[in-house]
Write a protein that binds this ligand. Structure first.
Ligand SMILES: *Cc1c(COP(=O)(O)O)cnc(C)c1O
Length: 355
C-alpha cells in the first residue's frame, strides 16, 4: 500500500495480466488493464479515493443506477510515443464535460485536482498497457453511477466515480461505413439530455441502430426530432460534411454533444487553411450537393475513431455514394491530429499532456 499527494491509496495486483494479452487481436473495449480507480460520494463529500486491481464489486439490486439510469461517463485516450513517453490529449476538456453532464443529471461534481491526479496515477501505474504505434492507445473510461440503495425515484444521495482503462487498436479498422439518415427516431430533444454524456443516451440509440443494421447501414445519422431535416450527429460521433472545399458541421446545441474531437478538427482545419463552417446543415442541402456532385465527404469524429469517413448514406430508401478521394480532408486532418497525439509533430495548440 502506498498513497499519492491526494491520498489515493494504491493496492497493486499480485501478478499483472499483461503477458496474457494478444495486443494484435483486440476488439474495442473488451480487455481491461490491471487496475481501476474508485472514489465514493457519501454524507455530502467524496471520500476514500483508491486504486485497486480491476475486477467486479458487489452491490444491492435496488441500486438507483439500475432503475433510473442516473449515470454519466467520459471517453479519452492515453498515447505512447516512439521513446515510450505517455501522453493524454486535452484532459481538462473531459473533466469540464463530465461535470456539465453531472449537473444535468443531478449528480455531484467531481473535484478537478482529484480527477487529474487519479487519471495520471492510474495511467502511470498501467503504462505498460499503453502500446506504442499509430492507432494503439489505452482507452480511458471515467464514469459515475448513482449508488443509493432503494427504488425511490429521487436523485441518489450516494455515488461512485470510477476510471477503468482498456487497451485499443484503431476503431472501425478497414471496414466501409454506410449510414442511414434518421427519418423517424431521434437521439435527443430540446430541453433533454442530448448534450450530456449520459448513459441512457446510448441505450436509446441501440434499437434504431439495430434496425439500420438490418438494412445494411452500420450507423444512423441523427436528425432533429421536430423536422428530421437538420443533421445532428453520426452514430455516437459528431458529424462533418464537405461540400466543395468547405467543411460544415452543426454546432453543439442542447441536442448535440460538444465533442473534443470536433473542436480539435475545427482548429486543425483552420491551421491547414481548410474552410470550416460551424452551422446547421439540412438533409436537402446534402441531397442537393450530392446531385450536383459537390458533396465530397462525410465523416464522424470522436475520441474512439478520431475521424471516421462515411462511404455511403441512405435517405428514404435511396442510397447515395460518396466519391473515393485520394487526399481527403478527413485523412489529412486525422494524420495531423494523430501526429500531435503520438508526439510525432509540434503541438501548436498545447493539447498534449505528459503523464
Ligand atoms: C462522446 C460523444 C461524441 C464525441 O466526443 P469526443 O469528445 O470527440 O470524444 C460525440 N457525440 C456523442 C453523442 C458522444 O457521446
Amino acid at each position: 500500500m502506498s498513497t499519492t499527494k491526494f491520498s489515493i491509496s494504491i493496492e497493486k495486483v499480485a501478478q499483472s495480466r499483461l503477458q496474457d494479452i494478444d495486443f494484435s487481436q483486440l476488439s474495442f473495449g473488451q480487455v481491461f488493464s490491471d487496475h481501476m480507480f474508485i472514489c465514493d460520494y457519501k454524507d455530502g463529500k467524496w471520500q476514500d479515493p483508491r486504486i485497486v486491481p480491476y475486477g467486479p464489486f458487489s452491490v444491492e439490486p435496488s441500486l438507483s443506477v439500475f432503475h433510473y439510469g442516473q449515470a454519466v461517463f467520459e471517453g479519452m485516450k492515453a498515447y505512447k510515443d516512439d521513446r515510450g513517453e505517455v501522453f493524454l490529449f486535452r484532459p481538462t476538456e473531459n473533466y469540464a464535460r463530465i461535470n456539465k453532464s453531472c449537473k444535468r443529471m443531478a449528480m455531484p461534481e467531481f473535484p478537478e485536482d482529484l480527477f487529474d491526479e487519479a487519471l495520471k496515477t492510474l495511467v502511470d501505474l498501467d503504462r505498460l498497457w499503453v502500446q506504442p504505434g499509430f492507432g494503439n492507445a489505452l482507452y480511458l473510461r471515467p464514469f459515475m453511477i448513482a449508488t443509493s440503495p432503494g427504488v425511490q425515484a429521487n436523485p441518489s444521495s450516494q455515488y461512485r466515480f470510477m476510471i477503468i482503462t482498456s487497451p485499443v487498436q484503431s476503431y472501425y479498422k478497414g471496414q466501409e461505413v454506410k449510414v442511414k439518415i434518421a427519418d423517424h427516431y431521434s437521439r435527443a430533444a430540446n430541453g433533454g439530455v442530448g448534450f450530456a454524456k449520459a448513459a441512457g443516451n446510448y441505450a436509446g440509440q441501440f434499437y434504431p441502430t439495430a434496425l439500420a443494421k438490418e438494412e445494411g447501414y452500420q450507423q444512423v445519422i441523427w436528425t432533429d426530432d421536430a423536422t428530421h431535416q437538420k443533421l445532428e450527429e453520426c452514430g455516437t460521433m459528431n458529424i462533418v460534411v464537405r461540400i466543395g472545399d468547405t467543411l460544415i458541421s452543426p454546432p453543439p446545441t442542447e441536442r448535440i454533444l460538444d465533442g473534443v474531437t470536433r473542436r480539435s478538427v475545427m482548429a486543425v482545419a483552420e491551421k491547414l487553411g481548410i474552410a470550416f463552417e460551424s452551422r446547421p446543415i439540412t438533409v436537402s442541402e446534402l441531397l442537393e450537393a450530392s446531385e450536383k456532385g459537390t458533396l465530397k465527404e462525410i465523416f464522424g469524429c470522436g475520441t474512439a475513431a478520431v475521424v471516421s469517413p462515411v462511404a455511403a448514406f441512405s435517405y428514404e430508401g435511396k442510397e447515395y455514394r460518396l466519391p473515393e478521394l485520394k487526399d481527403s480532408f478527413a485523412a489529412r486532418i486525422k494524420e495531423y491530429l494523430l501526429n500531435i497525439q503520438y508526439n510525432r509533430a509540434e503541438d501548436p495548440f498545447g493539447w498534449r499532456v505528459r503523464v
